[in-house]
Design a protein around this ligand. Structure first.
Ligand code: FPP
Length: 253
């Protein structure tokens, strides 16, 4: 009996409750700007790409924790439309790392009922990565667990530009354009807006991530770099989120 109780206490939801987190008021959609891989690597005397590799390890843990906690949507900024400006060996390394992750993790994600999604101008990334991402989306499309979205070659402004192009191509009349209509032309119109946006490594910027969708997201910035981010920090961010009063522009007494 004692062993059963000990095992039960070992689950993420119970650890969250022990911290005072209300499991009935979790953010439905958490978005993460995974920053600080380079700083973590420098601090540890390592090459930047090794920082990204540690970032991949951290992401694997955070996805499992978020799923176990009961988060329904997790979206992470893996490569921004602006990241092409980095040195070519870092860009190549990141493309290969994301491709390797997409291939190596697919089986485990599928077994864990994860639904994989992508966001961004995927047609512009190397074919190997594009194929790996597309096969992840296709294989897991009927899964009913957490929806895990990789933003790759993603830019918030680019997403809005792409939406406007398609709205014009569809011949939509000016008087028919509304926020709801624009939403329908985004990359993942079926996703709810993020409730909680987490950024690691201390900077207080949006960096062009989900700028339409995050209009009312609660922003939590952690000092730790992304490779150091784990369950403790995720639960800390959720706890901080639950301390906020969300007003959506209205007055809340
Ligand atoms: C920002 O850190 C991080 C990125 C540009 C890439 C994020 C990529 C990963 C976490 C790698 C694994 C991803 C997947 C999907 C497997 P930075 O390099 O800008 O850090 P710095 O500001 O300290 O230099």
């Amino acid at each position: 009996m004692a062993a059963v109780q000990k095992g039960a206490r070992d689950t993420v939801p119970l650890r969250a409750q022990a911290l005072g987190i209300d499991l009935a008021a979790l953010p439905k959609h958490v978005a993460i700007i995974m920053d600080g891989n380079g700083r973590w690597a420098r601090r540890n005397g390592l090459a930047r790409l090794l920082g990204h590799r540690e970032g991949y390890r951290a992401l694997r843990g955070v996805l499992l924790t978020a799923a176990e906690l009961g988060i329904k949507y997790l979206t992470v900024y893996a490569f921004s439309a602006e990241n092409w400006r980095r040195p070519s060996d870092e860009v190549d390394g990141l493309m290969k790392l994301i491709e390797k992750a997409a291939r190596d993790e697919l089986r485990a994600m599928h077994q864990n009922n994860v639904r994989v999604n992508v966001s961004g101008r995927i047609d512009e990334v190397p074919a190997g990565l594009r194929n790996a991402l597309e096969s992840g989306v296709e294989t897991t499309k009927d899964n009913t667990g957490i929806t895990f979205t990789l933003a790759v070659n993603y830019g918030g402004r680019a997403e809005i530009v792409d939406a406007i192009k398609r709205i014009v191509q569809d011949g939509v009349k000016a008087e028919d354009i509304s926020e709801e209509l624009v939403q329908k032309y985004l990359y993942n119109p079926q996703h709810p807006d993020p409730d909680l946006m987490i950024r690691t490594a201390g900077e207080m910027r949006w960096s062009n991530f989900l700028i339409w969708q995050a209009a009312y997201a609660e922003l939590v910035v952690t000092d730790v770099t992304w490779p150091e981010f784990g369950e403790t920090q995720l639960l800390g961010a959720v706890k901080e989120y639950q301390r906020r009063t969300r007003k959506f522009g209205a007055v809340v007494e």
